[in-house]
Structure formats: structure tokens, C-alpha cells
Design a protein around this ligand. Structure first.
Ligand SMILES: Nc1ncnc2c1ncn2[C@@H]1O[C@H](COP(=O)(O)OP(=O)(O)OP(=O)(O)O)[C@@H](O)[C@H]1O
Ligand SMILES: [Mg+2]
Length: 416
């Protein structure tokens, strides 16, 4: 039987694979019958087999000893991606880790299809790194290298929002203009397109490096980290007066991709110094506890859950449950404090969406439909942005988590 080419959406938070078989779109259950899997890995201490997806998350939550990693896509194109580190008991790079993830994905797809997988049409954000073309090109080269090392031979890329636009064809009418707004975990991507009789015409694509993981960071820094001493003060070793608490460790602890690299003797020593000089040592002691017991990812999951719950509220408050640090500890999030934490992000999204129209020389009134894609498009503010920019357009919600992979597979099938 012929080898197959897979459509793969390698996402910052979630990944998926699909093909078209006998004219039918088929999303492959890479894990446990689910159509998508978290882009996460877990290396058990002692060298057991690397876990991926939900299984990796379970191992973390169950408190198994090992190294958990998520949001690896955001490191593509940076020097960190090729630095050798001790991960899972052996010296390896993040490039090796992504390769192992993609290798496993290919293996499971082959088992599911009963055929060899030779090629891949992979999604990519319009810009992995906004405003840095060299880094952006390096990010695609890094990802290509990982696919190659994972055994894919024929490798090509398509902009993620363009793939989503192709998947949305069924909802469009010929001649209509649509704007895909794909807000994921790591990037926000936009494609303005016109629907034709047998395909779409891309009018402009644009993207910025801002997504749900950045929303998590902003919410963590404004809501959770103050309980760990962020924004506090230090007594001077000599002399009078107080110093502001350094921000770096709190910023890294709020950033999914950086958490694993905080668990070093150097960082723990630095935090012990902060603890000694802190005006509020009881708060910095919680930071020390998080590093000591490697609770950073659990805390990040709690912040993400708090974000999603608060987003669903009309009033009242949701809790970021920080009970992994101390019984009863939590940070309330209200719709108001959520909106305040995300105000800069909201403005950046509105600006980027407007720029996409400008790139094509179109006015908002010419847009017939805005199609919301990506997990973070479920944030209320994203719908608000769409309505603010294009008040007359229909707002369509697509399959938030699978529109991109569907579009990739459909593109392979009929080159639409
Ligand atoms: N119900 C929800 N409300 C708000 N945000 C959500 C919801 N569900 C998931 N998210 C957020 O969506 C993001 C993941 O979305 P998605 O899976 O589309 O990203 P991705 O495709 O992996 O990332 P990218 O395309 O940027 O590489 C996460 O930041 C997550 O917190
Ligand atoms: Mg995505």
C-alpha cells in the first residue's frame, strides 16, 4: 500500500493529526480515542519510557518523580532549543524532545492507519517570532529538522490560519470575505480570504507571538505570584531603605516553557537569599517551597483553570487554587481583574486583526464573517475584539481545536 502524508497541527498547547481517506476527513486518535493531545512530555526519573499527551499530564498530577514539559513549540528558533541539558537522565536537547514527540505521533498514526507515513503537511504560525525574521526562519528550520529526525521524508508547511480558512469553506458562500482569527496557546494568527467556487483566495495573513500561555503568564503575575512575594520588597544587607523584589524568577515561574529550568541549585540558592532579606518572608517561603518541591507546573495548571473559570463568569469570582503550596491558599479572579490583566493582550489582538485588513486594503465593512479558531478564541475578549473591529460581520465559531488540522488534511486531499 502507498505511504501516506499526514496533516499535523503541532500546537503550543495541543497537537493533532488527520488524513482524508476515501473522501472522508479522519482525525487520528493519537491518544486514548481523543482527536487532539496535549503537546506535553514526561520523563520518569530512573529512565522509564517518555510519556506524551494526557498521560504526561497525569504523571505530573499524580506526583510521579520525573520531568514534565509543555509549550515546547515556543522555544523553536531560540538558542535554548539546541542546548544540551540533563533531561530524563540523559543529556539531550529540546530538539531531541520534540523529535521524540513527533516520532511517537508518527508511530501511533501508522498503527491507526495500518500504513506507513512518509510525509507531513505541518501547520506553522504566520510568525513564530513577530519582528525577527531570522529567528522566524530558524524556528521553521528547527521544526523541519525535528520532523526529519522523526522519520518524515516529504515535509511542507502551511500557515495555520490559512489551513483553518480552508476548513471553513463549508460555511462560506462564494464571493464572501472571511477573516480567520486563530488564537492558540502561543500565537495569534489571522487570514483574510475570499471564498471562490472551488477554493479560497488568501488576501492577507498576519500573526503575532501572543497566545493563551501569555494570558496565563499575565494572570499569574497579577494574581498568583504576589502571594509568593512578587511585587514585594527586600531589606538592604547594609544601610537603610528597601529594594524592590527582582522580577525574573516570578516571570519564569509564570511561563510554561521556562518552568523546568528553574529547578536548579543556583535558583534555589538565589531564592534562599531573597527569603533572608524579604520584608514578607512568609510569602517568599512559598516561592522556595514551589522550587523545592517542583510545583511550578501544577501552579500553572491552576492559573489556567482559574482563567477559564473566570472567563465563564458574569460576576462573582473564580479561585486560582494554590493548595499544592499551602492548604487553603488561593487567589480570586473576577471578570474585572481578568480583563485588567489581559488589557494589553486585547489591544494587541485588535491591532493585529486591523493590520490584517490593512494589508489587503480592505475595510471592516467588507468582511462578511469572522471565524474564531483556537482554544483561546473561547476567551470572551476575543469575541469582543471581533465585534469591535467588524460590528456588521457574522461571528462564526468553528471547531476551535481541530479546524487547523482539518484544513491541513483537506489541503492534502484536494489542494484547495
Ligand atoms: N474554555 C477555554 N476558555 C479559554 N481558553 C481556553 C479554553 N480552553 C482552552 N483554552 C486555552 O487555549 C489555549 C490552547 O489552544 P489551542 O489548543 O488552540 O492552542 P495551540 O494550537 O496548541 O497553540 P498555537 O496554535 O498557538 O501553537 C491554551 O492557552 C488554553 O488555556
Ligand atoms: Mg493552534
Amino acid at each position: 500500500m502507498d505511504a501516506v502524508t499526514l496533516g499535523v497541527d503541532f500546537g503550543t498547547s495541543n497537537s493533532a493529526a488527520a488524513v482524508v481517506e476515501n473522501g472522508q476527513l479522519r482525525r487520528l486518535p493519537i491518544e486514548d480515542g481523543a482527536e487532539t493531545l496535549p503537546t506535553a512530555v514526561f520523563f520518569p526519573t530512573g529512565g522509564g519510557r517518555m510519556l506524551i499527551g494526557e498521560a504526561a499530564g497525569h504523571a505530573l498530577i499524580e506526583g510521579e518523580d520525573g520531568r514534565y514539559m509543555r509549550a515546547l513549540k515556543s522555544v523553536l528558533g531560540t538558542p535554548l532549543f539546541h542546548e544540551k541539558r540533563l533531561i530524563g537522565g540523559k543529556r539531550q536537547t529540546l530538539s531531541d524532545v520534540v523529535t521524540a514527540f513527533l516520532f511517537r505521533l508518527r508511530e501511533r498514526a501508522e498503527a491507526e492507519l495500518g500504513r506507513k507515513v512518509s510525509g507531513v503537511l505541518s501547520g506553522r504560525p504566520v510568525h513564530f517570532h513577530s519582528a525577527d525574521p531570522a529567528r522566524d526562519a530558524q524556528a521553521e528550520a528547527d521544526l523541519r529538522g525535528c520532523y526529519e529526525a522523526a522519520g518524515f521524508t516529504d515535509i511542507s508547511f502551511l500557515n495555520e490560519p490559512e489551513a483553518a480558512a480552508r476548513a471553513s469553506l463549508g460555511t462560506g458562500h462564494p464571493g464572501e470575505v472571511g477573516l480567520v482569527v486563530d488564537i492558540g496557546g502561543g500565537t495569534s494568527d489571522f487570514t483574510l480570504f475570499r471564498t471562490g467556487d472551488s477554493g479560497i483566495e488568501v488576501l492577507a495573513s498576519h500573526g503575532i507571538r501572543l497566545g493563551g500561555t501569555d494570558f496565563d503568564s499575565a494572570i499569574s503575575l497579577s494574581h498568583a505570584m504576589p502571594l509568593l512575594g512578587h511585587g514585594g520588597q527586600l531589606k538592604r544587607e547594609m544601610g537603610a531603605g528597601l529594594l524592590p523584589m527582582p522580577v525574573a524568577v516570578y516571570a519564569d515561574l509564570s511561563t510554561w516553557a521556562k518552568i523546568p529550568f528553574l529547578y536548579t541549585p543556583e535558583t534555589r540558592r538565589a531564592v534562599a537569599h531573597l527569603l533572608r532579606d524579604a520584608v514578607e518572608p512568609e510569602k517568599v517561603a512559598r516561592l522556595a517551597e514551589v522550587l523545592e518541591h517542583e510545583l511550578g507546573h501544577e501552579l500553572a495548571f491552576a492559573v489556567e483553570k482559574g482563567k477559564i473559570r473566570a472567563n465563564g463568569l458574569e460576576g462573582g469570582e473564580a479561585m486560582i487554587r494554590m493548595t499544592m503550596i499551602k492548604r487553603g491558599l488561593g487567589a480570586p479572579v473576577t471578570p474585572g481583574t481578568l480583563a485588567a490583566a489581559l488589557e494589553d493582550a486585547r489591544n494587541a489582538l485588535l491591532k493585529a486583526a486591523a493590520e490584517t485588513l490593512e494589508m489587503a486594503g480592505m475595510s471592516p465593512a467588507q468582511v462578511d464573517a469572522v471565524i474564531l479558531v483556537g482554544g483561546s478564541s473561547l476567551m470572551r475578549m476575543v469575541g469582543d475584539v471581533a465585534r469591535t473591529l467588524c460590528p456588521e460581520a457574522r461571528i462564526e465559531t468553528s471547531e476551535a481545536f481541530t479546524a487547523v488540522v482539518d484544513g491541513l488534511a483537506l489541503t492534502l486531499a484536494d489542494g484547495r
